[in-house]
Design a binder for this molecule. Structure first.
Ligand code: GP9
Ligand code: MN
Length: 642
């Protein structure tokens, strides 16, 4: 009798332990789903991909699609056996948390989500160079990504110790299938409603509408397709690229060759946005030297940066090749063995010596390799400079002043030359300028205030450089081009910039602020003229080529001095023209002057035509199109037919 009771008690105890463990495991799974959902939601809003009110139709769609993807992941993890499934769930939690945290920081700087090509281009050694920049992008609230990790770890340990309940294979398969089906159904209900591939692929649009998790799956699928796809263009693709260039009419030849045979100096200025030009703080000009130069130069005041995942390197790429940046990652890293039809190569054909100068590690952005492909004869980098003065970035980068001072001695000025200078001091996060002598007034101590100081310093160094050119007798026989590489103020600090320029935030106003200055100086040429045609960095090559008397038959950009209509296409598929702004993230369209909403359907054909430039550029880049062209360096050569 006693033995029977004891067995019953033992069985009851075992059942109750099993029930407790099952209960604990269910709580564990729910905690996983809840915490990842909260993190995804936080990501969508901290990046401002999605906006308040939280429960708008758009946000609910994003939420449903994200939960769908998360359920699919959960269903798949459930297929692991016993302890493995709890460990797998914890690993999943950890991986997704770290990924979302990295995405957040990456997005704050690059306005994009991390993709496989981006991960493949990370160079751990060079990460040290940007650690301050990365750290400055952290927000204390980002701790949300890590809050559950200790509890989830403790949960996994407890569950593994107590012994996970073995599940029958069939039962497990049914539950997991059910979860996956629910996940797939909720995802596809939303997916069906979205025209995610209308006009052009845009990972931000996808992330905004279907959630960051799906955006990752989508870009990874895209990467796998690209990797498996043949690198040979199909006949149809070759036809579309060749006919694009054949049909692209030269808009005219005004001012052709006015600087023929002269030297060419292009200076790409780090993070120099246009809003500091001709602006004062506390009665003092931020950029007095550039303002003075503009008065004796040709100035473009509707000139946008077009960079993507390659940031500074993309600006260089746009300028020297007149191609769009890569769809994913940096062209400098992914396509460093391509054949390019570049500005240095064109000038070399004319007997110029070509130099790229940048006082930083030669490996950064894979410049050594890429400059060879682009055709620079010499790359003068940090190894070639005496590190005698430090300013700005990370506190250990050569100052722009010293960079310019030393650079001109390294160029053979006896022969015609093209020198491409890339400055460095005014690099994000600008906190090295906190104590810099320029008084930023009410902006003192703010991010924007520090940028204003950095811009003032960059301007000071440029002023000295211009004086040096004059002293050496180079100023009057050189075509001097100065432009900024990309933005300085990230979107999450938009409020600082909006209050500085005295405008209310709107997507349209923010977009219109994404400009950089473009200054072209040539002795006596259009001095003091301001051109307001809309353009971007891709237009530098054809504009400069025309002034230097060179043909640029394979440039995707336009000659800003001959084009009739201005426009700029951004890598994310947004378009800005002289008349309107089309935002591919929101699919909204506005009259650029009045801000009035426009019906995008009325412009559908024009938008598709303009966005075709991105496809042409991608085909050229991804399939190394220029290697098909005979005699690449002979500008008069016709495109070969296939
Ligand atoms: C480093 C410099 C910075 O060489 O060009 O690049 P960024 O971080 O601005 O892309
Ligand atoms: Mn830069």
């Amino acid at each position: 009798m006693e033995i029977v009771t004891e067995t019953k008690v033992k069985t009851r105890n075992r059942i109750s332990t099993v029930n407790t463990v099952t209960f604990l495991e269910i709580v564990y799974w729910l905690a996983f789903i809840f915490s990842i959902m909260v993190k995804c939601f936080y990501f969508q809003f901290t990046t401002q991909l999605n906006k308040k009110p939280f429960f708008s139709y758009e946000n609910i769609c994003m939420l449903v699609a994200s939960s769908g993807i998360l359920l699919i992941i959960t269903g798949l993890v459930l297929l692991f056996t016993n302890r493995r499934r709890v460990i797998a769930l914890f690993v999943c939690d950890l991986f997704l948390s770290v990924l979302l945290m990295a995405d957040t920081n990456f997005y704050r700087y690059y306005y994009d989500i991390i993709t496989v090509p981006v991960v493949l281009q990370i160079d751990i050694k060079l990460l040290n160079s940007v650690d301050q920049s990365i750290m400055s992008l952290f927000n204390i609230k980002d701790i949300i990504y890590l809050l559950d990790i200790p509890a989830m770890l403790a949960g996994a340990v407890v569950l593994c110790k107590k012994g996970i309940k073995k599940m029958q294979i069939l039962k497990k398969a049914v539950i997991s299938l059910l979860i996956i089906v629910i996940g797939l159904t909720s995802f596809f209900i939303v997916y069906k409603k979205e025209d995610v591939y209308a006009f052009v692929y845009n990972s931000n649009y996808i992330a905004k509408n279907l959630g960051v998790l799906y955006s990752h799956l989508d870009t990874t699928r895209e990467f796998i397709n690209d990797t498996l796809e043949s690198k040979e263009l199909t006949y149809k693709e070759k036809e579309s690229v060749t006919s694009y260039f054949e049909e692209k009419q030269s808009a005219g030849s005004k001012y052709r060759g006015i600087a023929e045979g002269k030297n060419l100096i292009i200076v790409q200025v780090e993070a120099m946005q246009q809003f500091v030009i001709n602006r004062e703080v506390n009665g003092r000009e931020i950029t007095p030297n550039l303002n003075r130069l503009i008065k004796e130069s040709l100035y473009f005041d509707n000139f946008y940066f077009q960079v993507a995942g390659g940031n500074t390197s993309d600006a260089e790429f746009l300028c020297n090749n007149s191609l769009y940046p890569a769809k994913e990652g940096a062209a400098y890293i992914r396509f460093d063995e391509n054949t390019y039809y570049s500005l240095p190569k064109m000038l070399k054909e004319k007997g110029y010596k070509t130099y790229a100068l940048h006082a930083f590690s030669a490996e950064f952005w894979n410049r050594t390799k890429m400059y060879k492909a682009v055709g620079f004869d010499e790359f003068i980098n940090s190894d070639d400079y005496v590190m005698d003065d430090f300013m700005g970035w990370e506190g250990n980068a050569l100052s722009d002043e010293s960079f310019f001072r030393q650079s001109l001695d390294k160029i053979d000025t006896e022969k015609p030359f093209y020198s491409f200078f890339i400055t460095l001091s005014s690099h994000h996060p600008f906190n090295a300028f906190e104590d810099y002598e320029f008084d930023a007034g009410e902006y003192e101590g703010t991010y924007l205030g520090n940028f204003i100081k950095a811009a003032n310093y960059a301007d000071y160094a440029l002023g000295k450089f211009i004086q040096d050119l004059k002293d050496r007798g180079l100023y009057d026989n050189t075509l001097l081009v100065i432009y900024g590489d990309h933005s300085a103020v990230p979107k999450h600090l938009a409020h600082e910039l909006m209050s500085f320029v005295g405008t209310e935030y709107s997507d349209l106003e923010w977009t219109k602020l994404q400009k950089v200055p473009l200054i072209i100086h040539y002795d006596g040429f259009m001095n003091g003229e301001v051109k307001s045609i809309t353009g971007g960095q891709i237009d530098i090559l054809p504009t400069v080529a025309n002034l230097m008397g060179i043909d640029a038959p394979y440039a995707l950009g336009k000659d800003l001095l001959n084009a009739e209509k201005g426009y700029v296409i951004l890598r994310n598929g947004s378009i800005i023209t002289d008349d309107y702004v089309y935002l591919n993230n929101t699919r909204e369209m506005y009259d650029i002057k009045t801000g009035e909403s426009l019906d995008k359907n009325e412009y559908k054909d024009e938008i598709s035509l303009l966005l075709n430039e991105l496809n042409i550029s991608d085909m050229i880049l991804e399939n190394d199109f220029f290697r098909y062209i005979n005699n690449i360096l002979n500008c008069d050569e016709k495109i070969v037919k296939y």
